[in-house]
Structure formats: C-alpha cells, structure tokens
Ligand binder design. Structure first.
Ligand code: AMP
Ligand code: GLY
Length: 424
C-alpha cells in the first residue's frame, strides 16, 4: 500500500518513521518533507494547501491513504476536498477542525456541552475588551480567535500586558483576520498535559499521556514556542484522571459534535490544566501534537496504518492499541534566535553515528540539504532527539547524551525536559 503524509516537521518525520515499519506499507510519500524524512519517504514538492494538485498526485500514484500532520490544511478543508473525490484521508472535516481554528467556536462548544474550561467572554470591539480587562484585573488570558501559529495567546500577569496584548491582536492586527475577535479568559493554575485520542466519530482510542514544554528557556521562562521538548508518560495523569478526561472531555466532544451533525474523525488533542485532580481544557487541536508525537509514537507498538484505516472506514472498534511500558523523552534543538528571527543554513554534524544507537531516533524538523548534500538547518525547531528508556530518568539521560553529540552553530536546547515529572 502507498501512503501520503502531509507536512514537514518533526511530527511528520515520526509519522513516516512509524509507517515504514508497517508490513502493509510499500511506499511512503511526504509533502514536502525534510532531510530526515527523505531517508524514509519520497519527498514531494507540492504546496500542502494546493488540494487540487495533491488530489491529482494521489490519483496518479494510486495512493491508498493520506495522513495530515498540521492544522492549516485541515482548517481549510483538505479532508472535505479529498472525501469529495472518494479518497481516504485521516483527519477531521473543516467544520470539525473549527475546534482548533476558532477559539470562539471552541469555547462556545465547551460551554454548550458542559466541558470543563476557564470562564471567558468574547469581544469584537477593542474598547469593550479593554474595559473588561480593567474591570477583571490580572492575571488574565487573551486569545486571538483564529489560527496564529501558536503565538495568539497571551497569559498576562498585569493589566498593562493584557491591554498591550489586545492591542497587538486587534489594532496592530498581528495575525490579520484571526484577530477580529478575542477571547478573554480566566487564568487557570495547575499542571499542563497533552492528551490525544484517535477517533472514528464513534469509538475513542486514547494514546498514552505526554507533556510539552512551551517556553524557550529552562524553568518555563521566556516566550512561548511550538514546543521545546516532550515526554511520555506524564505521571500527573493517573488512571483516575484519565477516566475523568475521557468522561468529561473526550466523550462529550465526540457526542456534542454528533449532536451538531458532525462526525469527528481523526485525532483529537486536548491541552489540559490539571488542578486538584480535575482536568480543565486550555485548548483543542485537531491533529497530533508536535513534539508530543515523537515520544508517543516511539512508545506505540501498534500498526499506525491499521489505525488510519480504522478511522477512515469507521472500524476503529476492531483495532487495539498497544504501548510499550518504557518511557520516552524528546529534546528539541532549535536555531539561534528562535522563536524570533532565526539563523538558517548551519551545517549539522554528529547525527550519523547516532543511527547505530538502539532506542534513539533523531527526528528532523527544520532541516534540508545544501549543494554538497550536507544536512543544514532550515527552520526554527531543527531536531527532536528522542530516546526510549526503562523509565523517564533513563530516557532523559539517553536523550541528552545523544543531544551532546550533535552540533551546529548557535544550537539551543532546554536542559530541564522531564524534570517536572522526575522531581514530583
Ligand atoms: P493555547 O494555544 O490556548 O493552548 O494556549 C497556549 C498556552 O497558553 C497554553 O499551553 C497554556 O500554557 C497557556 N494558557 C492558555 N489558556 C490558559 C488559561 N486559561 N490559564 C492559564 N494558562 C493558559
Ligand atoms: N506541542 C503543542 C502543539 O502541538 O500544539
């Protein structure tokens, strides 16, 4: 069978890496891929938002399954376009992807179906938003309604910061139309986790828990990034909390969608705050997390292709998920300057030797080749060095030992990934 993966980051490298292990898979294509992905898949140079060209490619190559990595094509309706042409594709339709692409939709949906989340109000007027923040005080959270590449959320410690956040979104229009409305929400405290499930719209199969590290510097300091590292499992998610997440979050979403006339298929990712043993939803994503996918898929013992077919064909109930007992830790190595303007074109060394390491995979995110075919940096997040170990401590040690063998000019990584779990 042939499969096409859409995307070019560490998450997509992990998906491709997992797919080539499936006995059912003969060939993996990736649009557009990166240097690491090109070692396991054939990279295809098509714009991921050009659905017409993608569908032509899928027809021409007789591709059996397409798996979508990032949110942008999902929010633009790639699944609707493929399904109209009778093509199998794993992901939610556009109307369902609004859970991620519109914070207003997502909050209103949670309110309607009684899903635990922070109290909030929606504003389309700058002046009213400012008045509300002055009335409420700080800390307070400001969110642009639409997609903003992870930069549309400001957790404001002071009223001034909150107001400058609203100005940035609504007046400076930093995210364009995505900032026509803002959600202003109460600040939640607790421990954050990522919880992802596969669903065909009826059956829900949970993945193992994981935890991301959003800030650029150690001890959660500095600006937010796409994620600087992740580990799995997240010990804060006890079996009891897992039950609660399923009963108070995942099931109500899938059932609520049904009531709205929408079958939610694909991945549902809840970013949660756990406080006093209760989960509260910070956000939903309609895709796998990056970098959470890297440790989670390293722990998966099931065939990802079976799961994909279970989802697209509504047969997920016949599929079983198996996980390794081992833990996994992923350390992201970023370019100098990230998450701001960053360097590109730096030659990366030290990765070749790591291919011999058992239990360590260097997933590529922002990499490409130079004219001499050397692997160079081409993005903000460059690599996700991921290791399996008998527990988080061992996985962390293996991951950092490997990170220390890699080099490129200006490389930056956090030194405290998984410490939160280890110091509990
Ligand atoms: P989001 O994209 O909505 O997940 O927001 C990005 C990050 O902002 C989250 O991962 C949290 O760290 C933080 N955040 C979002 N909403 C809240 C909230 N209500 N209270 C505290 N922190 C929040
Ligand atoms: N790591 C956070 C996300 O994928 O949204």
């Amino acid at each position: 069978m042939k499969v096409l993966v859409i995307g070019n980051g560490g998450r997509e490298h992990a998906i491709c890496w997992k797919l080539v292990q499936s006995r059912q898979v003969d060939q993996v294509f990736c649009c557009r891929g990166n240097a690491g992905i090109s070692e396991v898949a054939e990279c295809v140079d098509i714009d991921m938002n050009d659905f017409g060209s993608l569908i032509n490619f899928v027809k021409y190559e007789w591709i059996d399954m397409t798996i979508v990595g990032p949110e942008a094509p999902l929010s633009r309706g790639i699944v609707d376009a493929f399904e109209k042409e009778g093509r199998r594709i794993m992901g939610p339709v556009r109307a369902a992807a609004r859970l991620e692409s519109s914070k207003v939709f997502s909050k209103d949906f949670m309110r309607k179906f009684n899903i635990p989340t922070a109290g909030y109000k929606v504003f389309s007027s700058y002046n009213q938003a400012e008045d509300y923040v002055r009335m409420k005080g700080s800390p307070i959270v400001i969110k642009a309604d639409g997609l903003a590449a992870g930069k549309g959320v400001i957790v404001a410690g002071t009223v001034d910061d909150a107001i400058s956040g609203i100005r940035h979104i609504m007046k400076d229009r930093a995210f364009g139309d995505a900032g026509n409305r803002v959600v202003i929400e109460d600040c939640l405290f607790g421990e954050e986790v990522s919880y992802m499930v596969f669903t065909d719209g009826d059956t829900i199969l949970p993945m193992v828990s994981s935890q991301d590290h959003k800030r650029i510097y150690d001890n959660d300091r500095g600006p937010n990034t796409g994620g600087m590292g992740a580990y799995s499992p997240a010990p804060v998610v006890t079996p009891e909390i897992e039950k609660q997440i399923m009963n108070t979050v995942m099931l109500p979403v899938i059932n609520g969608m049904k009531k709205e006339g929408i079958k939610y298929k694909g991945i549902l990712y809840a970013g949660l705050m756990i406080r006093d043993g209760n989960p509260y939803v910070l956000e939903f994503n309609c895709r796998l997390g990056d970098p959470e996918t890297q440790p989670v898929l390293m722990r998966m013992d099931s065939d990802l292709m079976n799961i994909a077919f279970g989802i697209t064909d509504g047969r997920l109930s016949e599929t079983e998920l198996k996980w390794k007992d081992e833990a996994a830790v992923c350390i992201v190595i970023a370019s100098n300057g990230y998450p701001g303007k960053y360097d590109k074109g730096r030659i990366i060394t030290g990765m070749e030797d790591l291919k011999k390491e058992k239990d360590v995979i260097v997933f590529h995110a922002g990499t490409s080749f130079n004219e001499e075919d050397k692997v160079i940096t081409s993005g903000g997040r460059v690599l996700g060095v991921t290791a399996l170990g008998k527990d988080l401590k061992e996985a962390k040690e293996k991951a950092y030992k490997s990170v220390n063998r890699i080099h490129f000019e200006g490389m930056h990584f956090r030194k405290d990934i998984a410490d939160k779990a280890l110091n509990r």
